[in-house]
Ligand binder design. Structure first.
Ligand SMILES: Nc1ncnc2c1ncn2[C@@H]1O[C@H](COP(=O)(O)OP(=O)(O)OP(=O)(O)O)[C@@H](O)[C@H]1O
Length: 343
């Protein structure tokens, strides 16, 4: 018996952040290039969803699209919903409010997230007051100190006086996380937040994110190359390839029973799941986004590809409760067809 195969479940109140058929086009000297294709996923309220894939698969662009932080000239279609609000329809004032308080972003490199000439305290206070204009400077200061304590910075009052160059990378990433938290966001978007840090520090930052999810009920969308990040922190996993989602599901299901040959190849390329290890490249090269093959984008690198994979575009379809795959062969084996999906 087949299960319902729509890969687009309705957005419910349990969903904090949702992307529906999101396409992103960036301008080039000769026109525009499509970076993302039909991205669809939900991040459950208070849960962690990881985006994984090789470099260039579109993870960062998907995160920027979720916050409408794309470079100028970018064109986006589809729907982005956060806390029940259509982000793709917000005007400039609505967007400023959304980014100042509801959703905050943490980038890979903590040094680039902070102004080198301003004290950490001033930057934390500014961040808190950008989210709540009614907050006095004194209240913002005490919120900043409390938050530094929460993220594991000792002697916060003294640390507030420091400048970024006086603090180690791991401590600085904690400060960047505190800068996000002073805004009391419900959604934290983390773009490879540990990649620039040494392995021990990576572990500490991951522990902190786990703790914040548990104690504050934060919803976290995280992009990563690191399988250890995925298995220890995420509830759900989205695998991206060539600007599209090729597999989606609960993290342990996907890691233990991958359905898409690309997911399988990713896991094979890093069999030990060692902490801090970046995924080793898979044989062959990722596709050029402006020259995708006519069928499945992974077919040229896929040892199991058949004629249909090379000729028919792959579509992400639900094959089991909570599981979706874009592998045409697996869909056929599961008795799922696109006709059913459209019904
Ligand atoms: N401003 C831009 N103009 C043109 N192409 C871009 C731009 N930004 C990103 N791209 C292209 O979009 C694709 C996806 O990039 P993106 O940074 O989203 O991938 P990623 O999976 O996050 O990679 P990484 O892990 O290396 O950060 C890449 O091919 C990249 O070259």
């Amino acid at each position: 018996m087949s299960v319902p195969s729509s890969a687009r479940p309705p957005v419910t109140s349990h969903v904090a952040l949702s992307m529906r058929d999101v396409n992103v086009f960036l301008p080039t000297s000769t026109g525009e290039i499509q970076i993302l294709r039909d991205i669809t996923f939900d991040v459950g309220r208070g849960s962690v969803l990881a985006l994984a894939g090789e470099s260039g698969s579109g993870k960062s662009t998907a995160m920027l699209a979720a916050l409408r932080l794309l470079p100028s000239g970018a064109r986006i279609t589809g729907e982005v919903t956060a806390n029940g609000e259509r982000i793709d329809l917000l005007d400039a004032a609505g967007l400023r409010r959304f980014r100042a308080s509801a959703a905050r972003v943490i980038f890979q490199d903590p040094w680039s997230s902070l102004h080198p000439m301003h004290s950490l305290g001033d930057q934390l206070i500014e961040s808190a007051r950008s989210a709540d204009r009614g907050l006095t400077k004194a209240a913002a200061r005490s919120l900043a100190e409390e938050t530094l304590q929460r993220v594991g910075i000792s002697d916060p009052a003294a640390r507030m006086q420091s400048y970024p160059h006086q603090v180690s990378g791991g401590q600085l990433q904690r400060v960047v996380i505190a800068m996000a938290l002073v805004a009391s966001p419900s959604i934290l978007v983390c773009d490879e937040p540990t990649t620039a840090l040494d392995v021990t520090t990576q572990e500490q930052i991951l522990d902190l994110l786990r703790e914040l999810k548990e104690t504050l009920g934060l919803t976290i969308l995280i992009a990563t190359h690191d399988l250890d990040v995925i298995s220890g922190l995420a509830d759900d996993l989205v695998i991206m390839y060539g600007g599209t989602v090729v597999e989606r599901g609960p993290v342990h299901d996907v890691l233990e029973r991958p359905t898409h040959p690309y997911t399988w190849a990713l896991l094979q390329s890093s069999p030990d799941h060692r902490p801090g290890e970046r995924l080793r490249p898979i044989e062959g090269r990722p596709p050029a986004l402006d020259d995708l093959p006519p069928g499945c984008a992974f077919a040229p690198r896929c040892g199991s590809a058949e004629e249909i994979c090379r000729t028919t575009p792959a579509r992400l379809l639900q094959i089991d409760r909570g599981r979706a795959t874009a592998c045409t062969r697996v869909q056929a084996q599961s008795g799922i067809s696109e006709v059913e999906a459209a019904a």
